[in-house]
Design a protein around this ligand. Sequence first.
Ligand code: PMP
Length: 389
Amino acid sequence: SRTLTRLTAQPPDAILELISLHAQDERERKIDLGVGVYRDEAGVTPVFAAVKAAEDRLLRSQTTKSYLGPEGDIEFFRRLLPLALGSDVAAERVAGMQTPGGTGALRIGAELIAAANPNARVHVGAPTWPNHAPIFAAARLELVEHPYLDPANQTVRFGDMMAALEKAAARDVVLLHGCCHNPTGADLDAVQWQAVARLCAERGLLPFIDFAYHGLGDGLEADRQGLACVARHCPEAIVAYSCDKNFGLYRERVGALFVLAADRSDAALAQSNLLSLARANWSMPPDHGAAIVRLILEREELSALWREELENMRRRIAAMREGLARLDPALAFLTRQKGMFSTLDLTPRQVAALREEHAVYVAGTGRINIAGLAPHDLQAFAAALAAVR
Ligand code: PMP
């Protein structure tokens, strides 16, 4: 009469396996492009100076750790709103709250949709972040894949994507990456965003934008243009925002869910449902990281410092993309892609050869984290790629 023996074993996280292989590798010059976190030229994932300064203030000024509510730090949410969505979106249209990371926002957003329309299907381009499928499955929503990247040409299969969305039913969900598509780096351009936004508006589809890398593509303002376009065209939209990359707060789990409703009364309905979903999932989100982001957004000098640090990260990533393109014209597409990730058209054998013969660690899918490269790695990496191809 045991319970746990009835479980089915689950596959381990592929990236975690890669981490341990890399750790065991004793070769001197190894290149790790597996793990999906930002790294500086020394290979360190740094704590932002703006974060350290805000933590210092918090340490001195915080007088209680008593509970907040299920919506978390309301001032964090209020300050993040114009940064995330731009100042054109009327706050009265917006429901939402602080969440445990972008993952928490995706999960509670999915559950909100399931509560309103359990039959909604979620249309998503392939490939996408591997956690999307289990998150939407956990909310009992059906995921439907359509083509997204053409790996040989490294371009978006936009015609195929639109053809798939044309067949979607009213009130189905369209999952989009706000910027810096993970794992391909291939973002929609302004014309494509407009076409998708118009299609969603015409066919009554609900855009759900996963916005996890704001500021790491073309900058804070440029990176939210796709989202802004959707907000202009569509009466409703959902945005899952993560502060974990652009504030370097990963393990502190900082995110927010923004629900754009057609009017004030729908926004209030959404808000009451979100509060009860948050209570059932995590009662309330962890405070520390969001309090830091709030302090940074509240104080002009900390905001300026944060923006400068984020901009330096963004420039470093872009410079690595440009460096590779200069070394090998076959890699020129990297400069048209944005953010930390691109997915190379590699066979599993080529991925294995990179690791075994060149000490270059790439995810089994061919995804590379551009931020895993330092300037002194570029030559060796380009040469290793050419050698296995
Ligand atoms: N969406 C995408 C596309 C991501 O890559 C990630 C993080 N890997 C997330 C959401 C979740 O971010 P967080 O760590 O804030 O939960």
